[in-house]
Design a protein around this ligand. Structure first.
Ligand code: FES
Length: 155
């Protein structure tokens, strides 16, 4: 699949605020990721130039913190919990149903970059087990059919 051309203008605009601040690399990277959904190489190069921080150091930061993504993510992020409480309430069947429906394994993104599917271990809502989080919405008492239905209706 051909890589889309990135519009770097919003990145340069955002960096105007950060490039004069010492030690602002992490917030600048967070903002950059907020713009693109992940951190492509071109974005890291611009951050490096504008912040006057060596690219190797930028890579050191983004590979250290799990909040940063170096591969393109889906437009929607679906996280199914398979922690203890959710597991005993049937989370594994929901994971299988979601993987089958999306045609990807946990940790992968659909080829059209619509959905990234992840398995996590406790979303802090064990009372609602089994729980998933789709984008910023927590969905409790899930069953496989409901998960498939929700994934189907994502816009
Ligand atoms: S184990 Fe699933 S929310 Fe806690």
């Amino acid at each position: 699949m051909e890589q889309e051309t990135l519009d770097l203008a919003p990145l340069y605009e955002m960096l105007k605020e950060y490039k004069t601040q010492r030690g602002a690399v992490i917030p600048a990277l967070q903002k950059a990721q907020g713009i693109y959904g992940w951190l492509p190489k071109e974005v890291l190069e611009v951050v490096s130039q504008e912040m006057r921080v060596p690219l190797s150091q930028i890579y050191g930061v983004v590979t250290f913190y799990s909040q940063f993504y170096l591969t393109r993510r889906g437009r929607h992020i679906c996280r199914q919990c398979d922690g203890t409480a959710c597991h005993v309430k049937g989370a594994a069947a929901i994971v299988s149903a979601a993987e089958k429906h999306l045609g990807v394994k946990a940790g992968e993104t659909t080829p059209d970059y619509e959905v990234t599917f992840e398995v996590v271990y406790c979303l802090g809502s064990c009372g609602l087990a089994p729980v998933a989080m789709i984008d910023d919405k927590v969905i409790g008492h899930l069953v496989p059919e409901r998960m498939v239905d929700i994934l189907d209706k994502l816009e």
